[in-house]
Design a protein. Structure first.
Length: 95
């Protein structure tokens, strides 16, 4: 639905728009995987876009922005999971 997004209210990271997605674990809903793409626009922006997906989910579902990262957006660049120009991070909304 990004085609319907109001450009005045779009969230930009490092001045760029990233496509972000979040998938919650079906059985342990506090656990999630978040993605942001395209990383080729800038790694720092992709990191923040993926973090935003996780934070937004945790706030919306559990009322807190606290996340326990298992695959952190803050990891060294060489430790990040980037496949097909997409950054993937994983975490758990803190209780």
């Amino acid at each position: 639905m990004t085609a319907c997004e109001d450009p005045q209210h779009a969230v930009l990271f490092d001045g760029m728009r990233y496509s972000g997605r979040l998938q919650a674990d079906k059985e342990a809903k506090r656990n999630f995987t978040a993605t942001a793409a395209p990383v080729s626009q800038g790694l720092d922006g992709a990191r923040e876009a993926a973090r935003f997906e996780g934070t937004s989910y945790c706030v919306r579902k559990y009322g807190s922005s606290d996340i326990i990262w298992t695959a952190s957006p803050d990891a060294e660049a060489t430790a990040l999971s980037v496949v097909d120009d997409k950054l993937t991070v994983q975490g758990r909304c803190a209780e």
